[in-house]
Write a protein that binds this ligand. Structure first.
Ligand code: SF4
Ligand code: SF4
Ligand code: SF4
Length: 190
């Protein structure tokens, strides 16, 4: 049977283009907030390298803030708009639907929206995200890796020593220039 998760049909590209989507879930305002800090804060901030993150879950539990300053981002240009989304659905469910029993996210922070048969769009409700990385792992294991974690600089207090960075097994968190505070995944096919 054909694996729809690997399909990247023209229609989806057109959909992304027509929708004029930016690659991030978070609005441009977040960048503005980070740049505003440039005049008052240090020249370096902490950020996660999404290609180094091992989805261990410590971003949820080791931030000094509750909920964590780490949030899930979505690179729409990489997304397969899969019906069987490994980042959204629990493994082994009987029915594919939006019921709480079907969802992998513990806080219901991912919204599933029908686009056209058989494609669905997945949107993060950032206020509900606790940075647990469950969806990131599911997407990495069964999808294209379009979901990934970033430290939101409108929330992060830029600790002198990031407590998540100290606990991060693959040492995926590092200092980056405040002028470029996010480490974004590159899209493809556009
Ligand atoms: S602590 Fe490191 S490996 Fe674990 S989820 Fe955070 S960035 Fe990823
Ligand atoms: S599964 Fe975890 S990281 Fe993903 S959206 Fe939900 S709370 Fe955020
Ligand atoms: S620098 Fe501090 S507030 Fe920011 S992510 Fe790390 S522990 Fe959380």
């Amino acid at each position: 049977m054909e694996d729809k998760r690997l399909l990247k049909p023209q229609k989806r590209r057109e959909f992304v283009r027509n929708a004029g989507r930016i690659a991030l879930l978070l609005p441009i305002g977040y960048y503005g907030g980070a740049l505003l800090k440039a005049t008052t804060a240090e020249a370096w901030v902490w950020q996660i390298d999404p290609y180094e993150c091992g989805q261990c879950g410590r971003c949820e539990t080791h931030c000094v803030l509750t909920p964590s300053a780490v949030k899930c981002y979505h690179q729409y240009q990489m997304c397969g708009y899969c019906d069987l989304c490994g980042g959204y659905l629990r493994q082994g469910i009987r029915n594919i639907n939006t019921g709480a029993e079907s969802q992998l996210c513990p806080t219901g922070a991912i919204k599933r929206t029908f686009i056209e048969d058989p494609y669905f769009e997945y949107t993060i409700i950032e206020e509900l995200c606790i940075g647990c990385a469950k969806c990131v792992k599911g997407c990495a294991d069964f999808g294209n890796g379009s979901l990934y974690l970033q430290i939101n600089h409108d929330i992060c207090v830029n600790c002198n020593e990031c407590s998540i960075a100290r606990a991060c097994p693959p040492q995926a968190i590092k200092r980056v220039p405040l002028s470029e505070p996010y480490l974004l995944k590159e899209g493809y096919g556009e």
